[in-house]
Design a protein around this ligand. Sequence first.
Ligand SMILES: [Zn+2]
Length: 128
Amino acid sequence: MTMILVYQETIMNNTNFKHRIAKEKETIRVMIDIYCKRKHKSTELCEECLALCDYALDRLTFCKFGDEKPPCRKCPIHCYRKDMREKIKEVMRFSGPRLIFYRPVETVRHLFCSSNRKGEVPGTRMKI
Ligand SMILES: [Zn+2]
């Protein structure tokens, strides 16, 4: 596992974070998809998750930092509405550990609240 993480990290460090927003959008979509399928047992995004997805994508679209954006949890501007923030946190807590296996580490780490103290992926002992 460690080797895979190191490998992914190396790749990401070499891509100078082009298209960061596009990657984050894709990641958000996948995370909400995983969450909805497992938690809400739906085949397609349910109404609630669809609204959350639209909201999250809009936040990224209108992020004033663009591709220079800092990790959301370190961002000086908290652009999420409180209720949406709670929802997206829950989605990330649930999907984050599942996502780490096939998404670049940096993308997952970049999303706000994707790691807790000590940089661990929530729900796992995995360091990111
Ligand atoms: Zn759902």
